[in-house]
Design a protein around this ligand. Sequence first.
Ligand SMILES: Cc1cc2nc3c(=O)[nH]c(=O)nc-3n(C[C@H](O)[C@H](O)[C@H](O)COP(=O)(O)OP(=O)(O)OC[C@H]3O[C@@H](n4cnc5c(N)ncnc54)[C@H](O)[C@@H]3O)c2cc1C
Length: 658
Amino acid sequence: MNKDQANHARDRELGMHRAITRRDFLNGIAVGGGAMLASAWLPGLAHAAEVARFAQDVPGYDPPARTGMRGSHPGSFEVAHALRDGTFWQTAGRPIDTRETYDLIVVGAGMSGLAAAYFYRKQAGPSARILIIDNHDDFGGHAKRNEFRPGGRLLLANGGTVAIESPFPYSREARGLLTELGIDPPALEKKCVDREVYRGLGGSYFFDKETFGVDRLVTGLPGGLYGAPSASSSNAWPEFLAKTPFSADAQRDIARIQEENVDYMPGVPQDEKKSRLAHMSYKDFLLNVAKAHPDVIPFYQTRTHGLYGIGIDAVPALDCWAINFPGFQGLALDRVPSKGLSFTALGEVTPQERYHFHFPDGNASIARMLVRSLIPGSIPGSTAEDIVAASVDYSRLDRNGSPIRMRLSSTAVGVRHVGDAASAKEVEVIYGRDKKAYTVRSKGVVLACWNMVIPYLCEELPATQKEALHYGVKVPLVYTVVSIKNWTSFHKLGIRGASCPGMYHSSVNLDQPVNIGDYKCSHSPEEPILVRMLRTPCQPGLPARDQQRAGHYELLATPFETFERNIRDQLDRVLGPGGFDPARDIDAITVNRWPHGYAYEYNPLWDPDWPAGQRPCDIARQRHGRITIANSDAAAAAYTDQAIDQGYRAVQELLLSN
Ligand SMILES: Cc1cc2nc3c(=O)[nH]c(=O)nc-3n(C[C@H](O)[C@H](O)[C@H](O)COP(=O)(O)OP(=O)(O)OC[C@H]3O[C@@H](n4cnc5c(N)ncnc54)[C@H](O)[C@@H]3O)c2cc1C
């Protein structure tokens, strides 16, 4: 058999030929288009499609139900990239004047933009006229919802933002917003999280032959799902490691790092230890301070992927100490806030009450509750429990006569004062939609989009501010969700997930079990379930921001088919011994691709120690006339509460300046 024949045979085994839900239709096609497209995927709605101007106005428009390539989906980013590359205006034609005027235009329908609209209306009153525009076919920004309906049953996943959780307590404004919406995270956590469903299933590692010389799933990971340092003096780690393909030297060193209390910096004062750890990566710590065998590195390399979107070569060792990675037990470091920790890690050592909840669709539920409040009639219900199974009537989002309107698949391409910024009474916003450009005007604009986009939109900003806006490079990552017919393979293997440090996706996990309102999670292994897989396209060895830039390009250049083949191959190899058959058991795949994911956070490995108020994000978020800047980049912190806080600040700046 030649190579091509072998590839074909493998594709057949994996089920690459099998039609999965809407895969072919949505792969690579711009889904943000207008009426023609809407009628194509909604047979029978031709009349509605003909009369409606845009896809979102057609009854039945339901982006969360789309599978295939989501996140930065085809159709969402092309206009912005053309603007960046200087080609947009070559084909855009003369903008059409909508003659619409508003009190506020918000660019970006993510958590920050939705919160900004909410705070503005609260202060300016219910008659305030607000337009929110976003380049995606759905609202929520990173807080997106994925829906699946295996056998007619609703299963939900977060396409991005996972949960209400943050390194620091939610501010008065952010917590107040959640309370006003009716969200009480600790109460929901207590009531809705099902802690019994996966009882008896543990963590595991899958070692792949390309990285470790052999395909092998090793179960019984000590220290929980992520192999945290174990407090017990049992033989758990040596026993686990004996089943792995690691050499005797590497096994010995991993066991030492996990279990032994060694002070690798004897005699060094506490502050000096922390300072040194803040300026070296965890990889350097393992190799050069703990003197681990180099074969140990692949075991830990991807462990920071979920939280940082990058490997241990680019995360400071001090951060890894704060987030409870092993190897520091003997250093006797006080768990107190310390200089040199990133925002995320600082929160880990700051004592605080627990304020956490994962809706089945993540923080998309918060976005949906905000939209329900902003645009009455768009979503039925009134509680945090009934929002989960409720459907959005997208055709109500942008209606004439509604004080607050939301326009999807619309990319802002120009934001400028009508006259001089210091004295102008209005700002004009130009946006691209369905290959045309439109203008709208307002008394003020909140740019709740991404920092790096703003200099292209708002040419009149000072050069120093533009430079600061360009500093951070958002962190790319992929949340893949696979709908499978049952989870008997997980059950048989005794696992609820596997770390796969050498594979395309670095982890595979069963979805978090939550029952809320009418929504019920999968309870028995025979029922369908969603599997979560994480990929971070980083390039170990490069400086962090270069890794992130390389990751953007990789994600945008990778077709869905490549993701699908890797997903099927990985699930086959990890779960195959438990009876999983990708050709038979996969119902649908959604790849939530986020080339511009987490906001860039600063740390001493890659960033200077700026004086207070002089960080790039501080300079970047300055008000410019009637234009203010929100979004999580403005806080240099990738969290929902930070996005809300920035929305609040941006609105206060605007209202105070009027
Ligand atoms: C995969 C992932 C998981 C996360 N998990 C968590 C978590 O568990 N908990 C937590 O607290 N935080 C989490 N975060 C971070 C959190 O999601 C963000 O901090 C927050 O949602 C950001 O909101 P935002 O409104 O600032 O930005 P975004 O959500 O990015 O919204 C900005 C919107 O503006 C749009 N936009 C950009 N340019 C334009 C333009 N020119 N015209 C029109 N629209 C434009 C963008 O496309 C986007 O839709 C996660 C982030 C990611 C990516």
